[in-house]
Write a protein that binds this ligand. Structure first.
Ligand code: FAD
Ligand code: FES
Length: 264
Protein backbone atom coordinates (compact mmCIF):
# COMPACT_ATOMS: atom_id res chain seq x y z
CA UNK A 1 0.00 0.00 0.00
CA UNK A 2 1.59 3.28 -1.15
CA UNK A 3 1.62 5.96 1.55
CA UNK A 4 4.33 8.33 0.22
CA UNK A 5 3.43 11.90 -0.59
CA UNK A 6 2.46 12.35 -4.23
CA UNK A 7 2.02 15.55 -6.23
CA UNK A 8 -0.83 15.19 -8.70
CA UNK A 9 -2.83 17.17 -11.25
CA UNK A 10 -6.63 17.27 -11.11
CA UNK A 11 -7.81 15.30 -14.16
CA UNK A 12 -11.59 15.79 -13.86
CA UNK A 13 -14.11 17.82 -11.84
CA UNK A 14 -17.79 16.84 -11.74
CA UNK A 15 -20.50 19.04 -10.24
CA UNK A 16 -22.71 16.89 -7.95
CA UNK A 17 -24.86 19.79 -6.72
CA UNK A 18 -24.41 23.46 -5.75
CA UNK A 19 -21.96 22.73 -2.93
CA UNK A 20 -20.49 19.31 -3.78
CA UNK A 21 -17.95 18.42 -6.45
CA UNK A 22 -16.18 15.18 -7.29
CA UNK A 23 -12.46 15.62 -8.03
CA UNK A 24 -10.50 12.91 -9.88
CA UNK A 25 -6.71 12.50 -9.76
CA UNK A 26 -4.44 10.29 -11.85
CA UNK A 27 -2.46 7.78 -9.81
CA UNK A 28 -2.76 4.18 -8.77
CA UNK A 29 -3.98 4.31 -5.15
CA UNK A 30 -4.47 0.98 -3.43
CA UNK A 31 -7.31 2.01 -1.15
CA UNK A 32 -10.33 0.30 0.35
CA UNK A 33 -13.76 1.76 1.20
CA UNK A 34 -13.68 3.75 4.44
CA UNK A 35 -10.04 4.78 4.14
CA UNK A 36 -9.08 8.43 3.68
CA UNK A 37 -6.23 10.52 2.32
CA UNK A 38 -4.65 13.74 3.60
CA UNK A 39 -4.89 16.37 0.84
CA UNK A 40 -2.69 19.47 0.69
CA UNK A 41 -3.69 22.62 -1.13
CA UNK A 42 -0.95 25.24 -1.47
CA UNK A 43 -1.50 28.10 1.04
CA UNK A 44 -4.32 26.29 2.89
CA UNK A 45 -2.57 23.34 4.56
CA UNK A 46 -3.77 19.77 4.78
CA UNK A 47 -7.20 18.13 5.40
CA UNK A 48 -8.64 14.59 5.46
CA UNK A 49 -11.05 13.32 2.77
CA UNK A 50 -12.71 9.95 2.17
CA UNK A 51 -12.10 8.07 -1.02
CA UNK A 52 -15.09 7.76 -3.35
CA UNK A 53 -13.61 5.40 -5.89
CA UNK A 54 -10.39 3.98 -7.26
CA UNK A 55 -9.57 2.57 -10.66
CA UNK A 56 -6.24 1.11 -11.82
CA UNK A 57 -4.97 4.58 -12.69
CA UNK A 58 -7.13 7.09 -10.81
CA UNK A 59 -9.04 7.90 -7.64
CA UNK A 60 -11.75 10.39 -6.76
CA UNK A 61 -13.28 12.20 -3.81
CA UNK A 62 -16.53 14.12 -3.37
CA UNK A 63 -15.95 17.36 -1.48
CA UNK A 64 -18.33 19.87 0.10
CA UNK A 65 -17.46 23.55 -0.16
CA UNK A 66 -17.69 24.48 3.50
CA UNK A 67 -14.77 26.76 4.45
CA UNK A 68 -11.42 28.30 3.38
CA UNK A 69 -9.68 25.04 2.42
CA UNK A 70 -12.49 23.62 0.33
CA UNK A 71 -13.24 27.07 -1.16
CA UNK A 72 -9.64 27.19 -2.45
CA UNK A 73 -10.07 23.69 -3.92
CA UNK A 74 -13.30 24.80 -5.63
CA UNK A 75 -11.35 27.65 -7.30
CA UNK A 76 -9.03 25.10 -8.95
CA UNK A 77 -9.36 23.72 -12.48
CA UNK A 78 -8.40 20.56 -14.31
CA UNK A 79 -4.59 20.53 -14.57
CA UNK A 80 -4.03 22.37 -11.27
CA UNK A 81 -1.74 20.60 -8.80
CA UNK A 82 -2.44 19.31 -5.28
CA UNK A 83 -0.57 16.80 -3.17
CA UNK A 84 -1.74 13.82 -1.16
CA UNK A 85 -0.47 11.24 1.28
CA UNK A 86 -2.21 8.02 2.20
CA UNK A 87 -4.41 6.04 2.08
CA UNK A 88 -4.80 5.85 5.86
CA UNK A 89 -7.13 4.24 8.37
CA UNK A 90 -9.12 1.05 8.76
CA UNK A 91 -11.62 0.25 5.98
CA UNK A 92 -15.04 -1.36 6.20
CA UNK A 93 -14.91 -5.15 6.50
CA UNK A 94 -15.69 -7.13 3.36
CA UNK A 95 -18.73 -9.18 4.49
CA UNK A 96 -20.47 -10.47 1.35
CA UNK A 97 -23.59 -12.08 2.84
CA UNK A 98 -26.85 -10.14 3.15
CA UNK A 99 -25.84 -6.51 3.54
CA UNK A 100 -27.72 -3.33 4.48
CA UNK A 101 -26.12 0.10 3.98
CA UNK A 102 -27.49 3.26 5.54
CA UNK A 103 -26.06 6.64 4.58
CA UNK A 104 -26.71 10.31 4.61
CA UNK A 105 -25.44 13.57 3.17
CA UNK A 106 -21.84 14.08 2.14
CA UNK A 107 -20.71 11.08 4.26
CA UNK A 108 -22.08 8.76 1.55
CA UNK A 109 -18.88 8.37 -0.60
CA UNK A 110 -17.42 5.43 1.39
CA UNK A 111 -20.73 3.55 1.05
CA UNK A 112 -20.85 4.04 -2.70
CA UNK A 113 -17.26 2.70 -2.88
CA UNK A 114 -18.18 -0.19 -0.56
CA UNK A 115 -21.24 -1.06 -2.70
CA UNK A 116 -19.04 -1.26 -5.81
CA UNK A 117 -16.38 -3.41 -4.10
CA UNK A 118 -18.93 -5.79 -2.54
CA UNK A 119 -20.74 -6.18 -5.87
CA UNK A 120 -17.43 -7.07 -7.54
CA UNK A 121 -16.73 -9.54 -4.69
CA UNK A 122 -20.08 -11.28 -5.32
CA UNK A 123 -22.18 -9.98 -2.42
CA UNK A 124 -25.24 -12.21 -1.92
CA UNK A 125 -27.83 -9.47 -1.35
CA UNK A 126 -27.30 -5.72 -1.04
CA UNK A 127 -29.81 -3.09 0.11
CA UNK A 128 -29.01 0.61 0.36
CA UNK A 129 -30.88 3.41 2.10
CA UNK A 130 -29.71 6.78 0.77
CA UNK A 131 -30.83 9.75 2.89
CA UNK A 132 -30.63 13.50 2.31
CA UNK A 133 -32.41 16.72 3.18
CA UNK A 134 -33.99 16.95 -0.26
CA UNK A 135 -33.75 15.56 -3.77
CA UNK A 136 -31.01 18.02 -4.80
CA UNK A 137 -28.77 16.81 -1.95
CA UNK A 138 -28.97 13.11 -2.93
CA UNK A 139 -25.71 11.58 -4.14
CA UNK A 140 -24.92 8.71 -6.54
CA UNK A 141 -28.55 7.58 -7.03
CA UNK A 142 -27.88 5.77 -10.38
CA UNK A 143 -24.73 4.10 -8.97
CA UNK A 144 -26.56 2.69 -5.94
CA UNK A 145 -29.33 1.46 -8.25
CA UNK A 146 -26.69 -0.34 -10.34
CA UNK A 147 -24.85 -1.93 -7.43
CA UNK A 148 -27.75 -2.82 -5.12
CA UNK A 149 -30.58 -5.33 -5.22
CA UNK A 150 -32.82 -2.74 -3.52
CA UNK A 151 -31.99 0.96 -3.43
CA UNK A 152 -34.22 3.11 -1.22
CA UNK A 153 -34.28 6.88 -0.87
CA UNK A 154 -35.35 9.00 2.10
CA UNK A 155 -35.60 12.79 1.99
CA UNK A 156 -36.53 14.99 4.94
CA UNK A 157 -38.91 17.05 2.76
CA UNK A 158 -40.30 14.10 0.75
CA UNK A 159 -39.09 15.57 -2.57
CA UNK A 160 -37.87 12.07 -3.58
CA UNK A 161 -38.50 8.64 -2.10
CA UNK A 162 -39.82 8.26 1.45
CA UNK A 163 -40.52 11.41 3.46
CA UNK A 164 -38.39 11.13 6.59
CA UNK A 165 -34.99 9.96 7.70
CA UNK A 166 -32.86 7.10 6.42
CA UNK A 167 -33.04 5.63 9.94
CA UNK A 168 -36.85 5.36 9.76
CA UNK A 169 -36.54 3.52 6.42
CA UNK A 170 -33.78 1.33 7.88
CA UNK A 171 -36.16 0.34 10.70
CA UNK A 172 -38.85 -0.66 8.18
CA UNK A 173 -36.36 -2.70 6.10
CA UNK A 174 -35.08 -4.54 9.18
CA UNK A 175 -38.70 -5.37 10.06
CA UNK A 176 -39.12 -7.02 6.63
CA UNK A 177 -35.78 -8.74 5.97
CA UNK A 178 -32.78 -10.23 7.77
CA UNK A 179 -29.18 -9.09 7.29
CA UNK A 180 -25.68 -10.29 8.24
CA UNK A 181 -24.17 -6.82 8.61
CA UNK A 182 -25.03 -3.12 8.40
CA UNK A 183 -22.61 -0.43 7.18
CA UNK A 184 -23.46 3.10 8.34
CA UNK A 185 -22.02 6.47 7.26
CA UNK A 186 -23.62 9.85 7.91
CA UNK A 187 -23.86 12.71 10.40
CA UNK A 188 -23.02 11.43 13.88
CA UNK A 189 -26.49 12.06 15.36
CA UNK A 190 -27.99 10.03 12.50
CA UNK A 191 -25.43 7.24 13.05
CA UNK A 192 -26.21 7.20 16.77
CA UNK A 193 -29.92 6.66 15.97
CA UNK A 194 -29.05 4.02 13.36
CA UNK A 195 -26.88 2.05 15.81
CA UNK A 196 -29.74 2.01 18.34
CA UNK A 197 -32.00 0.44 15.69
CA UNK A 198 -29.29 -2.02 14.58
CA UNK A 199 -28.87 -3.18 18.21
CA UNK A 200 -32.65 -3.60 18.61
CA UNK A 201 -32.60 -6.02 15.66
CA UNK A 202 -29.37 -7.71 16.82
CA UNK A 203 -27.48 -7.13 13.57
CA UNK A 204 -23.67 -6.51 13.73
CA UNK A 205 -22.76 -3.11 12.30
CA UNK A 206 -19.87 -0.80 11.45
CA UNK A 207 -19.89 3.00 11.47
CA UNK A 208 -17.65 5.47 9.67
CA UNK A 209 -16.67 8.19 12.20
CA UNK A 210 -15.25 11.67 11.64
CA UNK A 211 -13.18 13.65 14.10
CA UNK A 212 -10.99 16.71 13.64
CA UNK A 213 -7.82 15.27 12.04
CA UNK A 214 -4.54 17.13 11.70
CA UNK A 215 -1.86 14.49 11.04
CA UNK A 216 -3.79 11.34 10.04
CA UNK A 217 -1.05 9.09 11.44
CA UNK A 218 -1.51 9.02 15.23
CA UNK A 219 0.91 11.83 16.17
CA UNK A 220 -1.08 14.97 17.05
CA UNK A 221 -3.84 13.54 19.28
CA UNK A 222 -6.59 15.72 17.80
CA UNK A 223 -8.76 12.75 16.77
CA UNK A 224 -8.45 10.82 20.05
CA UNK A 225 -11.73 9.56 21.54
CA UNK A 226 -12.25 9.15 25.28
CA UNK A 227 -12.16 7.38 27.66
CA UNK A 228 -9.54 4.96 26.31
CA UNK A 229 -7.54 7.23 24.00
CA UNK A 230 -8.82 5.54 20.86
CA UNK A 231 -6.84 7.05 17.95
CA UNK A 232 -9.49 7.37 15.28
CA UNK A 233 -7.16 8.17 12.34
CA UNK A 234 -5.28 4.89 12.84
CA UNK A 235 -7.72 2.59 14.65
CA UNK A 236 -10.73 3.95 12.70
CA UNK A 237 -12.34 5.79 11.01
CA UNK A 238 -14.45 2.65 10.51
CA UNK A 239 -15.40 1.21 13.90
CA UNK A 240 -17.33 -2.00 14.59
CA UNK A 241 -20.19 -2.39 17.07
CA UNK A 242 -18.05 -3.98 19.80
CA UNK A 243 -15.43 -1.21 19.74
CA UNK A 244 -18.12 1.46 19.54
CA UNK A 245 -19.49 0.22 22.90
CA UNK A 246 -16.30 1.55 24.53
CA UNK A 247 -16.31 4.98 22.83
CA UNK A 248 -18.40 7.01 25.25
CA UNK A 249 -17.93 10.16 23.18
CA UNK A 250 -19.85 8.68 20.23
CA UNK A 251 -22.92 10.85 19.56
CA UNK A 252 -22.08 13.09 22.54
CA UNK A 253 -18.91 15.16 22.10
CA UNK A 254 -15.76 15.70 20.06
CA UNK A 255 -12.55 17.76 20.11
CA UNK A 256 -12.58 21.02 18.16
CA UNK A 257 -9.54 22.31 16.25
CA UNK A 258 -7.94 23.55 19.48
CA UNK A 259 -8.29 20.11 21.10
CA UNK A 260 -11.03 21.23 23.52
CA UNK A 261 -13.87 18.74 24.07
CA UNK A 262 -17.21 20.25 23.02
CA UNK A 263 -20.76 18.91 22.64
CA UNK A 264 -21.68 17.62 19.19
C1 FAD B 1 -11.86 10.81 7.97
C2 FAD B 1 -12.49 12.03 7.36
C3 FAD B 1 -13.03 11.96 6.08
C4 FAD B 1 -13.62 13.08 5.51
N1 FAD B 1 -14.14 12.97 4.25
C5 FAD B 1 -14.70 14.04 3.66
C6 FAD B 1 -15.23 13.94 2.33
O1 FAD B 1 -15.19 12.88 1.71
N2 FAD B 1 -15.77 15.07 1.79
C7 FAD B 1 -15.81 16.25 2.46
O2 FAD B 1 -16.31 17.23 1.89
N3 FAD B 1 -15.33 16.37 3.71
C8 FAD B 1 -14.77 15.29 4.32
N4 FAD B 1 -14.26 15.42 5.59
C9 FAD B 1 -14.32 16.70 6.27
C10 FAD B 1 -13.28 17.63 5.74
O3 FAD B 1 -11.99 17.24 6.14
C11 FAD B 1 -13.59 19.04 6.27
O4 FAD B 1 -14.93 19.36 5.98
C12 FAD B 1 -12.75 20.05 5.60
O5 FAD B 1 -11.49 19.92 6.14
C13 FAD B 1 -13.25 21.46 5.82
O6 FAD B 1 -12.19 22.37 5.63
P1 FAD B 1 -12.52 23.92 5.32
O7 FAD B 1 -11.32 24.74 5.56
O8 FAD B 1 -13.11 24.04 3.96
O9 FAD B 1 -13.63 24.30 6.37
P2 FAD B 1 -13.44 24.85 7.86
O10 FAD B 1 -14.14 26.15 7.94
O11 FAD B 1 -12.03 24.75 8.31
O12 FAD B 1 -14.27 23.74 8.66
C14 FAD B 1 -15.65 23.51 8.47
C15 FAD B 1 -16.01 22.27 9.28
O13 FAD B 1 -15.32 21.15 8.71
C16 FAD B 1 -14.83 20.28 9.72
N5 FAD B 1 -13.36 20.22 9.64
C17 FAD B 1 -12.51 21.25 9.38
N6 FAD B 1 -11.24 20.83 9.40
C18 FAD B 1 -11.27 19.51 9.69
C19 FAD B 1 -10.28 18.52 9.87
N7 FAD B 1 -8.98 18.79 9.76
N8 FAD B 1 -10.68 17.26 10.19
C20 FAD B 1 -11.99 16.97 10.31
N9 FAD B 1 -12.98 17.85 10.13
C21 FAD B 1 -12.63 19.12 9.84
C22 FAD B 1 -15.30 20.85 11.03
O14 FAD B 1 -16.55 20.25 11.34
C23 FAD B 1 -15.52 22.31 10.74
O15 FAD B 1 -16.47 22.86 11.60
C24 FAD B 1 -13.68 14.30 6.22
C25 FAD B 1 -13.15 14.38 7.51
C26 FAD B 1 -12.58 13.24 8.09
C27 FAD B 1 -12.02 13.34 9.46
S1 FES C 1 -5.21 13.08 13.40
FE1 FES C 1 -3.38 13.25 14.55
S2 FES C 1 -3.52 11.57 15.96
FE2 FES C 1 -5.22 11.30 14.63
Amino acid sequence: MKRDRQTLPIVAIREENVSLRTFTFETSLQALPGQFIMLTVFSQGEKPFSILDVTESSFSMTIKNIGPFTERLFQMDVGDIISIRGPYGQPFSQETGRILMVGGGYATPPLRFQAKVLREAGVRYLVNVNGARSETDLLYVPDFMDYCDRSLIATDDGSQGYRGTSVAVMQDVLGEESFDRIYISGPEKMMKAATTVARQFGVPFEVNLERYMKCGVGVCGSCVMDPHGFILCMEGPVVDHKTLDKLEEFGVSHRDKTGRITAL
